[in-house]
Design a protein around this ligand. Sequence first.
Ligand code: C2E
Ligand code: CA
Ligand code: CA
Length: 651
Amino acid sequence: MKVLLQGLGFEKQSKYVRDYFYRTNMRASIYMSMVVIVLEVWMIVRMTKTIFENNLQSNFKYYFEKYYANYLVLLASGIIMLIYAIRYLRGKKIDKGVGLVIKWVFTFVCIYFGVKISLNDYSKGEQILTFLTMELFSLCLLTWKPYAAFIISASSYMYFFCKIDDMIAVNTGQLGTTDATRINFFIMWISTMMVCIANYNNTRSQALKDQNLEEVNTYLSKISVEDELTGIHNMVYFRTEAEKLLNYVTTDRESIIFLFFDIENFKSYNEKYGFHEGNDLLKRIAHMIDAAFNNSLVSRYSDDHFVVLTRVDGVQNVIGELSGEVKKLQREVHLELKCGAYKLIGDESDVSLACDRARFACNSIKKHYDRTLRLYDKSLEDKFHLKQYIVNNIDTAIQNGYIKVYYQPIVSTKTGCICGLEALARWQDPNYGLLSPGMFIEILEEYRQIYKLDKYIIEAVCKDYRDSVENNKPFAPVSLNFSRLDFELCDIVGYLCETVEKYNVPKKFIDVEITESALTVQQDFLPDAIKKLREFGYKVWLDDFGSGYSSLNVLKDYHFDVLKIDMKFLSGFKSNEKTRPILENIVELSKQLKMISLTEGVETQEQYEFLGDIGCERVQGYLFSKPVPLEQLRERIASGELNVCKEVKSA
Ligand code: C2E
Ligand code: CA
Ligand code: CA
């Protein structure tokens, strides 16, 4: 039943399908109206010629009423239809209601014309081709709904049939139609309806196909320019549009500015409230930025970062207001919107570089709580070049031996002697001098190159061990810093095992430090890697404990051998009275969890004594030594300034 109703055109159509039919109608009506116009002009010419040749001018009124009036009505409706259809197809703004009226008038005029001419022809014993042609044209191409075509055709065929049934046939001289004519007529009507239904269903399925294609296309083009999470534009859109804008001759390059936004402490928010709430916050902030910079290009860059290309005028006020709004969103986590800005120099038009520079400016004010906006300037440019230098030269630095391992002693509070060494990287660069990890670790992580450095440090430490054993020099177990990305970018555990074997280093001489923040990012492979390391016989330490928000969760979910208490706890040792009880509690907790406690950043004798008193087993800090090259460490041990605990000596 449903199929039948659908086949007859009763089902509800989508707007797309309706428009499709309307367009098809208009296209068909162009051909039809042209045929009608040519036909009518020809009829008028022929009739006029006949009148003049036969000197019938005196009867002009009769001819006008009988023929010319009809020809002119048809001609006029053909011309109006043609003009309307052409204008519509050319995309002119046109009232569709008027179009429908014109179409229906044209349809009825065509059918009326067909009936009239063919009745005339039939009465002279000729074919009724005009009627049939007009029926076919009008019903199949203009009246596309089969049920409407049925009504029109049934009434017009019926009318036509009644009319000819009232005539006296020219050939037989008898009144009424013969059986053969009746049958032929009926077959013609059925055929017209069949063609009409088939044509309708064909056009309909084509329309549905086109509709699907268009929907897929729209979806694809939407996701290609839209950020899935926030719904604002993505970087593909930003780059394309920004490039276009920069290349317009009319763009006043002086008046535009690139902005890079970062939500400071978003990671802590995510850790504290979970991913869902984190995503909600991102969406809200994305839409706030989008709304604040309407008429500008706004996109999500990545994670909690956004970029904007806008006009310089008034930008400071907008950023100020926006940052105020973001501050209002915070709960227990202190959220801050940071913005870096970059103005183009000369005729440069590299969008990625402009975003990178704005980002760099933004990063430079991270953790500066009083600053929201920073413009990229000369002093930042020098730093920016250093960053590019680091990314481009890490391979050379490793090959040429510019990367050095410095060792910082870890001291036992019981004996006061060295029970371990932390390996810390330094970059001794021929152009920039000594670079500290603060200048390159984060950059190498950002560009996913950190594993190269960490692999190099593993080998360098193993070599130093072998060298110490062979030359009978003191050495102690070394703790290595692993980045979270090492586990993702290479098989760092496999590499460590191979290297340790190659240099024949006892496993108890190598420990691995993993920072707390690495463990708060949800990654499947990290827990496995930690488990594997411990199974292979390496000790795993939790670095920077207490620096994030989820320290206690980390302790619940993983097992560590050593708990390295972040140096921020000691920074307020003198001024903040809460520091001591907190440290005491952490040390107590690590005992309960069967972990060795180690406090970093010990700078004063007072701190050292306090830590010893509360039972913290190990300490590390400038009080004993800064990180130093192996040679210097050996000298200080040789001079008796530092002592290595007997039980950990390698040789
Ligand atoms: P970290 O692992 O927390 O290392 C301790 C940092 O604190 C070192 O800085 C050390 O020099 C410094 N420090 C030690 N004692 C004191 C003190 O008493 N007072 C003060 N104010 N600071 C002290 P460094 O060597 O600059 O390293 C910074 C960070 O870079 C390290 O933090 C570590 O996260 C990372 N890093 C260093 N070397 C490597 C490496 O080879 N691989 C990886 N992935 N990261 C590394
Ligand atoms: Ca460390
Ligand atoms: Ca640390």
